[in-house]
Design a protein around this ligand. Sequence first.
Ligand code: C5P
Length: 226
Amino acid sequence: ERIPVICIDGPTASGKGTLAAELASRLGYHLLDSGALYRLVGLAAEREGLSTTEADLREPAHAERLGRLAAGLDVRFTPGKTWLEGEDVTEALRAEPAGMAASRVSAVPQVRAALVDLQLQMRHLPGLVADGRDMGTVIFPGAPLKIYLTASAEQRAQRRHKQLISKGIPAILDDLLADLKARDARDMNRAHAPLKPAEDAVLLDNSELDIEQSVQFVLNRWHGQQ
Ligand code: C5P
């Protein structure tokens, strides 16, 4: 508990990943991208031929199977890269299908439970910046600083659109907006660890802020309470 953790929770495409990575780099802290873990489970399921449809996930035996898959993930992180069973999956992880699969498998309690220890183990000196949906509510409830990052759905869809187009990936704004709203709804309404601000979280709406302004906001809070 003496190792500091800064939690950055919030909906999809709110800029959590960018903010968390920037904070970790400036503070010299470790970084936990918890979404990557759920994306890895989605990807691993697909590769094993295990269904991730919502109907199948409601089957207790199938939920157990996915929980075992999550518990036995053969994953390795190297700077800037993620490896699943020895294969570089960095690109595949960021793609939309992995995100949608992640959003479905992350509603399975057995999957969430299987990933708890892995996340707790990321807490090393000098500190950790943890990015996700339930960092402040479930995984690190005692964290000294919790940020709940939001932006309007339209803003978030536009940002994601720009990001994809700049990478040469074709994208349709309306489709992105619809996917994003579907994912928000699923993340906020699930029974286990739903997306919501922790009671002691600081709300930060970055609709009108650039990255530097968001970074400064968090650093000011952090230094102010140290
Ligand atoms: O943040 P990212 O888009 O990579 O997360 C992918 C999905 O993983 C989210 O839509 C969410 O359903 C799930 N997730 C979660 N808990 C976390 C992080 C991500 O349920 N701590």
